[in-house]
Design a protein around this ligand. Sequence first.
Ligand code: NAI
Ligand code: MG
Length: 365
Amino acid sequence: MANPTLLILAGDGIGPEVMAQVTRVIDWFGAKRDLAFDVENDLVGGAAYDAHGTPLHDDTMARALEVDAVLLGAVGGPKYDDLDFSVKPERGLLRLRKEMDLFSNLRPAQCFDALADFSSLKKDVVAGLDIMIVRELTSGVYFGEPRGIFEEGNERVGINTQRYTESEIDRVARSAFELAKRRGNKVCSMEKANVMESGILWREVVQRVHDADYPEVELSHMYADNGAMQLVRAPKQFDVILTDNLFGDILSDCAAMLTGSLGMLPSASLGAPNAEGRPKALYEPVHGSAPDIAGQGKANPIACMLSFAMALRYSFDQGDEATRLEAAVEKVLADGARTADLMGPDDGAPISTTEMGDAILAALD
Ligand code: NAI
Ligand code: MG
């Protein structure tokens, strides 16, 4: 059988630095686990703009639609801040998400024991935490019409519209239930059905999908504001949280910070499954291009590595190998390996990006 294909778009700033370490890990799986990928490298963001005058070349877009998964580093940086909106680095990423129709954004919040002290919450509230937020990514108030700033009488009015169709809710609900079956078998859906009609429809459709096709998954509904409170009060009550684009934006950032540094946080964005049941997929760390530390060997490569672990699990059905990589990360952290973002000012000398890569490869061996 042909090797699965992986398109790597390292991007800007620390993107190429962290991706270099992930590439070593990918090679390790090829050499030691008989799990070889056909890897292609291409440009996105400012790097693509510098080469082609566009943040995403059409040929790159076409390949992204063909490969089994895309792994992205980060885009953007001060060098590109004054570019026209249409060619800003972020536009490359937005185009990928849009044309791949990646409607389901998976953001895990997982607390590694060794970092539990690092959380802003009490250790026993977060130790062992492992939840997944599924955020609808391609619709809702960020896209709904009408939108704009309009004249009304003698003042202006700013308008955005929260809009969800039944089919949009249906497909993201399915992706949450499918995920729950592979995890703790529990979904909590969050909206504001008490004050928003779109929330009433959301709740109805999620319940309908559940009753028809996923009755074995435990489903509950919660108002999103209460959800925010519960997330910081007792986050371990959750397994999968399903929510819309706006609430998901906020709740996933909130959940992320329960567990420590941006340098640790992976994500996946999934689209419709193809004939083999493999979804269109883009994996990327949550962090950006970190211009303040770019080029200094300080970046933590773990977020990007854990994004590759998600690719192993969700695109390539290699859950055991994903767990192997996650366990290696857990081990090096338990052994005390720390990049600068995982340390306080008085905690001694941090290790470099490459040294963190060395440690994780050694742990894999
Ligand atoms: P950022 O995530 O790049 O950095 C925020 C802070 O976290 C910085 O102090 C940075 O040094 C630190 N940090 C981030 N990742 C780290 C890592 N792996 N290891 C250690 N420290 C890390 O967000 P910021 O500063 O708001 O944006 C910088 C640039 O990145 C901007 O151009 C922004 O547009 C872009 N950006 C791109 C994203 C993407 O590609 N998906 C997401 C967020 C921002
Ligand atoms: Mg956000």
